[in-house]
Design a protein around this ligand. Structure first.
Ligand code: GDP
Length: 210
């Protein structure tokens, strides 16, 4: 992407300088807002750092509530970014405090959303930089392939990963992604805690905005 160059980062900076506001939260397909602006969804296992990443991107500390309890984000949340892009916060998978039945319901809603959303430009699949993808993440990748939903892996909590293992993970993951038709080849490495990779991610999202 060449996003290390300041000129390449500028569209992302401008987009994320705009107002970002919560517009809708949906537990069921019926409750989804009608499709309008281009959308980018955030997916990942509970506790991967999704809320922290959305907050770091938007520069707002309380936008996506950072959950002390894994699986507390129970609905699909929509945030309008400057009338140009909608950020869609999907429920985290892999764990639910509210029980298996409810977790399954959310997962189903999320899957149906992924399949049927004409305005969805990309899913960012968040993966912990220390651990790499787990079985749930790999199942999600398969579902994105099936639904032909473009997805991009974003590594989170990079500040907690040692440089050597992180480099090796990026290499092996890039290889793995070649086996996925719907995968965007570039992996983004981020740390919400330290701000690493945030400008590059903003720039990647600006390229998908209206
Ligand atoms: P979510 O469940 O995916 O929304 O995850 P959260 O954003 O609530 O984060 C889960 C935990 O990971 C919290 O304790 C965060 O403080 C921590 N966390 C999130 N992002 C980072 C990061 O970039 N670096 C570090 N060191 N910790 C992080």
């Amino acid at each position: 992407m060449g996003a290390d160059h300041p000129d390449d980062l500028e569209p992302g900076r401008l987009l994320f300088a705009k107002e970002c506001r919560f517009t809708a939260g949906a537990m069921t397909l019926e409750a989804l807002p009608p499709p309008g602006l281009p959308e980018v969804a955030f997916a990942g296992r509970s506790n991967v750092g999704k809320s922290s990443l959305v907050n770091a991107l938007t520069g707002r500390k309380t936008l996506a509530k950072v959950s002390a309890t894994p699986g507390r984000t129970q609905q699909i949340n929509f945030f309008d970014l400057g009338g140009r892009l909608v950020l869609v916060d999907l429920p985290g998978y892999g764990y639910s405090k509210a029980g298996k039945a409810k977790a399954a319901l959310w997962t189903r809603t999320a899957q149906l959303f992924l399949k049927g959303r004409p305005t969805l430009r990309r899913v960012l699949l968040l993966v912990d930089a220390r651990h790499g993808p787990n079985a749930h993440d790999r199942a999600a990748m398969d579902r994105f392939d099936e639904a032909a939903v473009n997805f991009q892996v974003v590594l989170t909590k990079a500040d907690k990963a040692a440089p050597g293992p992180l480099r090796r993970l990026a290499v092996s993951l890039a290889k793995e992604l070649k086996g996925h038709l719907a995968a965007h080849p570039e992996i983004l490495v981020t740390s919400a805690a330290e701000g690493t990779g945030i400008p590059a991610l903003r720039a990647a999202l600006a390229a998908l905005a209206d």
